[in-house]
Design a binder for this molecule. Structure first.
Ligand SMILES: Nc1ncnc2c1ncn2[C@@H]1O[C@H](COP(=O)(O)OP(=O)(O)O)[C@@H](O)[C@H]1O
Ligand SMILES: [Mg+2]
Length: 271
């Protein structure tokens, strides 16, 4: 095996959101198809909901990538907390209008009114990390949705402290809620192997046995971000052995002891 293979496998599990790295998983694909259908319904606002690391940002990036081929779509991965900034950014991106000074909701509504053309596909705005937007701004977003002139898809973090969905502005019927969850054990195996194979790391992908997957699953509960962290560190450990004690490396399967070492290193379990 060439020496860069662990290095390459490591980089597969960098925690980045790039739609080119999107892997098809049955449950995720099913949700994704229904999401694409909902996007075509005029009134619905869509809320993607789930714990950190369940793939919300990846989903949104993928949606952006796919939809941009057929209609105007705008993705905001970093929330724009300031209301005036928010409206100004949308005015510039959607309608190509540069506005100096403050822009309030009423003024922005007029801009929408003036530039909306019936024959066009309505613009879709994708907002990541929407739990960071104020209730006030969320209420404005809802009112804009009601006009059916801009469509919103938002993601929300599910936290144990607070039920964000219980907030008033999410209680109206116009929201279609889609919950993302951690991977099942089967999905986790597919996730790991497909990710590696996409980067041509076939030999490494084949080293993951059901015993390995079972251990990884028990450590990460199938959370994609936790799994990325764990595997990144695992391949860092392999790199170390490759450099310092290459005879210790077994190429038939991943050594569970190394997975445990990686878990200690990343703080998933205590050493
Ligand atoms: N369907 C998928 N295909 C490929 N990678 C994914 C997928 N879903 C999640 N990931 C990976 O998991 C990481 C965490 O997902 P992310 O979308 O950032 O979660 P969230 O936004 O819910 O916190 C991403 O950086 C990405 O590497
Ligand atoms: Mg995210």
């Amino acid at each position: 095996m060439e020496s860069s293979i662990f290095e390459k496998s490591k980089s597969v599990f960098l925690d980045v959101v790039d739609p080119k790295d999107y892997v098809q998983l049955d449950r995720v694909s099913f949700i994704y198809q229904s999401l694409k259908k909902s996007v075509r319904k005029p009134l619905k606002m869509i809320l993607l909901y789930g714990k950190p690391g369940t793939g919300k940002s990846m989903f949104l990036a993928k949606l952006h990538d796919d939809l941009s081929k057929i209609q105007p779509v705008f993705l905001y991965q970093q929330p724009i907390i300031d209301k005036s900034e928010f409206f100004k950014t949308l005015a510039k991106d959607i309608y190509n209008i540069k506005y100096n000074g403050e822009l309030n909701f009423t003024q922005f509504s007029k801009i929408i009114e003036m530039h909306h053309k019936e024959e066009n596909d309505i613009p879709i705005v994708l907002l990541d990390e929407a739990q960071l937007y104020s209730s006030d701004l969320m209420e404005n977003i809802r009112l804009i949705s009601d006009t059916r002139k801009i469509k919103f898809v938002i993601t929300l973090h599910k936290t144990s402290q607070e039920d964000v969905i219980a907030k008033e502005h999410f209680q109206t019927r116009i929201w279609e809620t889609i919950e993302l969850q951690n991977a099942s054990m089967t999905e986790l195996k597919i996730y790991i192997q497909k990710k590696l194979m996409k980067s041509n790391c076939f030999d490494i992908a084949n080293m993951f046995t059901n015993k390995n997957i079972s251990l990884i699953f028990s450590l990460t509960e199938g959370n994609y971000r936790e799994t990325n962290k764990l595997l990144y560190t695992l391949f860092e450990i392999y790199q170390w052995y490759e450099k310092n004690e290459p005879s210790k490396i077994k190429y038939s399967s991943i050594t569970n002891k190394y997975i445990e070492m990686a878990a200690i290193h990343t703080g998933i379990i205590n050493g």
